[in-house]
Write a protein that binds this ligand. Structure first.
Ligand SMILES: Cc1cc2nc3c(=O)[nH]c(=O)nc-3n(C[C@H](O)[C@H](O)[C@H](O)COP(=O)(O)OP(=O)(O)OC[C@H]3O[C@@H](n4cnc5c(N)ncnc54)[C@H](O)[C@@H]3O)c2cc1C
Length: 380
């Protein structure tokens, strides 16, 4: 513990996990804690906004939530790039200063390993805001030929997102009046679109079939030959394309890899407490290997568990609550309709998913999901 009265809590990454964790600490403890939240970016962007940007439904500027609007008692949000993490000593080095922590939480998310898939960096992607903006400018010139959404490895963020992308692409091409001149296919390294929920997968497969979208399950894109416009799958199949939209292989950011905290690309944690093997060091969100999907709702659930453990420790009462592995995901089915699946990873022997039929009414739920976080974290 520090010599000062307030324990120093340092949270790395102001994404879904870091924002929720620090908000909860501030709500519970106010100025009674000394929380430092560090992120290299100027703004937070919801993952699902990237699809809106790509299809020209929203401007990139409109989906940015600038960090200068984040103000919470007890929390300092610093714009710094983290260059080293010493988990043993709970010491973090940045491009502007070194930060020592009594409690350290790594919430740096997942990054994309373009080099893991030869040829991928010469293609389009929609998993970053910059990639979604580029696609927004590329899509209008795609008027005929084969479009392919190809996932290069699992786990990847938001398991339904590639399925949402092909359904939204179908709508986009319909609006442009060129759908009949185009083919759409989806290559996914999962056996079904949403494995924990057979009902959701069945509904998505039916939606693909109705729209003539070809689905290739249990395969990943192993390399891309841009000279021949050909994607090579992991079973050696070659798939020609005219427009390739890639989802790169994911892993923790380089600074986490270099810290020695990760194993096989992810940080090992106790899935229920999010504790790492280092004393008073936790990992939440996409970077932590909990066995739950890499999605904002799960990052948020893990953050709730860590916040409750820290609050219990600081107050000297109880143990806090465990991470429940439960999350609600909204899925764009096209035609303005949204489906919903409630996934539960830890209650039973196997994950389960409770499916809600897509409807226009559920769009309001999805919008509330975003706006409630926006106002909770950013105050508007
Ligand atoms: C297309 C798409 C659609 C999605 N749709 C949904 C959805 O509908 N629902 C849902 O729940 N999830 C969705 N997601 C997933 C969701 O965006 C992520 O799972 C979530 O953001 C993970 O939260 P996190 O806190 O782990 O990491 P992040 O939110 O990624 O935050 C990590 C932070 O760490 C910072 N950082 C990284 N390295 C450094 C460094 N060296 N120095 C300083 N800062 C650093 C980053 O700037 C970032 O702000 C979607 C994702 C995509 C790509």
């Amino acid at each position: 513990m520090s010599t000062a009265n307030k324990p120093r809590i340092v949270v790395l990454g102001a994404g879904f996990g870091g924002l929720e964790l620090t908000t909860l600490l501030s709500e519970a403890m106010g100025d009674g804690v000394d929380v430092t939240l560090i992120d290299k970016s100027d703004a937070f962007v919801f993952g699902f906004s990237k699809l809106d940007v790509m299809f020209g439904l929203k401007a990139a500027e409109a989906v940015r939530l600038p960090y200068n609007r984040y103000a919470k008692p007890g929390v300092k949000l610093l714009k710094r790039t983290i260059t080293a993490i010493d988990a043993e000593r709970r010491r973090v080095t940045t491009d502007d200063g070194v930060y020592d922590a009594d409690y350290l939480i790594v919430a740096l998310g997942a990054e994309y390993d373009f080099d893991a898939t030869p040829g991928l960096s010469g293609t389009n992607e929609f998993y970053t805001v910059a990639g979604a903006e580029r696609l927004r400018d590329v899509l209008p010139s795609f008027k005929k030929g084969r479009a392919m959404v190809g996932v290069c490895g699992a786990p990847y963020k938001c398991p339904p997102a590639p399925s949402e992308c092909v359904l939204m692409l179908h709508d986009y091409l319909m609006r442009k009046g060129v759908r009949e001149a185009c083919e759409i296919s989806l290559v996914l390294p999962l056996g079904s679109p949403v494995p924990p929920s057979p009902d959701t997968s069945k509904a998505l497969l039916a939606a693909f079939a109705e729209r003539g979208i070809k689905f290739i399950p249990s395969r990943r894109v192993a390399s891309v030959d841009n000279a021949r416009n050909m994607a090579m799958l992991d079973d050696g199949t070659e798939m020609p394309f005219d427009l390739f939209l890639g989802v790169p292989k994911h892993r923790v950011p380089p600074v986490v890899l270099e810290s020695g905290m990760s194993e096989n690309g992810w940080i090992p944690v106790n899935p229920r407490t999010l504790e790492t093997k280092y004393r008073n060091v936790y990992a939440v969100g996409d970077g932590a290997n909990t066995g739950t999907p890499k999605a904002g709702v799960f990052a948020e659930g893990a953050a709730r568990a860590v916040a409750s453990a820290l609050i219990a420790k600081l107050r000297g009462s109880g143990n806090g609550t465990l991470y429940d592995g439960f999350g609600t995901c909204y899925i764009e089915f096209g035609g303005g309709r949204i489906g919903k699946v409630e996934v539960d990873f830890f209650s039973g022997p196997a994950p389960t998913g409770n499916y809600h039929e897509p409807s226009v009414a559920l769009r309001a739920d999805k919008e509330k999901f975003g706006s409630s976080r926006r106002s909770r974290w950013f105050g508007s």
